[in-house]
Design a protein around this ligand. Structure first.
Ligand SMILES: [Zn+2]
Length: 290
């Protein structure tokens, strides 16, 4: 992949940070783009079990917010709403859909949660979209990415493909971390002071599936607009559940216990600052321009 031109607006990218991988920035739209690679062996420092405890509460709360919004647009349909989730991970979104009487199929490259998927009768196909693609006649009512879009290398190719798989009034939902959020700013500040650990962690450069891009609200909308989508709404989502922040930090095997405890303490102290800063996670709703 070329790292000299911005994949969103076509302006030049310039080297911004030298971390475990390089991060480039577009001077025009602000996109942050990395030259990281997806590790197909799926080997990483991530401890999935403790990560789940830390994440589940905040994820389910955010999913409830997204479902409410989705039902506002699609809730009056004579048939059940039907969707496709790209990158289902543990399958919590599919479970939430079931509870809300929404049909949703998932595509997931990893099999580490396969047992959980089977146990909960979740409809998941293993592989990479669009290589595996459960086609639906007339297309899906929605296609959703939950913390997945930032891991995609070829964002333009992906968004083009979505058009073929959505119905005429279908919605694309992209829920992802923001480059303008508190955590990115804090990690960037630490990097400038000589501590690069946080920024490497934020980009997930130690994990098998690192971040390829960090978007802000402007360039996220711009990317989808360029492919014929308009913004329907942008929701602000929660980043942290403060009661389980310790488990989430401990999920990183590379982190010592003392450091993890200190970080938990620091984050708890910073809670008022974090909650009043620029949001770290947003969910974008797009539909096809007519
Ligand atoms: Zn750009």
């Amino acid at each position: 992949m070329d790292h000299s031109t911005c994949p969103v607006c076509g302006n030049p990218l310039k080297l911004k940070f030298r971390l475990r991988f390089n991060v480039y920035q577009c001077a025009n739209c602000g996109l942050l783009n990395s030259d990281a690679r997806f590790e197909h062996s799926f080997q990483s420092d991530l401890e999935s079990e403790s990560r789940d405890i830390g994440l589940k509460k905040v994820r389910l709360k955010n999913f409830a917010t997204i479902i409410r919004e989705l039902q506002r647009y699609q809730g009056n349909k004579p048939n059940k709403i039907s969707g496709l989730e790209i990158g289902s991970g543990n399958g919590w979104w599919l479970e939430t859909c079931k509870e809300n009487n929404i049909d949703c199929i998932g595509i997931e490259p990893e099999r580490i949660y396969e047992h959980y998927h089977k146990e909960n009768n979740l409809d998941i196909i293993y592989g990479f979209y669009p290589d595996v693609n459960p086609k639906k006649e007339k297309g899906y009512d929605f296609i959703i990415f939950n913390d997945v879009f930032e891991h995609i290398e070829d964002v333009n190719g992906l968004v083009e493909n979505l058009k073929k798989d959505l119905n005429d009034d279908g919605i694309v939902i992209i829920n992802l971390p923001m480059s303008t959020g508190f955590f990115n700013k804090m990690a960037t500040g630490m990097h400038k002071l000589g501590f690069s650990g946080f920024l490497n962690r934020l980009w997930q450069f130690n994990f098998h599936s690192p971040h390829m891009n960090y978007f802000n609200e402007h360039n996220m909308k711009l990317l989808l607009n360029r492919h014929g989508f308009s913004t329907v709404n942008v929701l602000i989502l929660d980043t942290l559940d403060f009661s389980s922040v310790k488990e989430r930090i401990m999920a990183d095997r590379g982190m010592g216990k003392l450091k993890a405890l200190f970080l938990t303490f620091a984050l708890t102290l910073l809670k008022p600052v974090i909650t009043s800063s620029e949001p770290d996670v947003k969910a974008f709703f797009f539909n096809r321009q007519i």
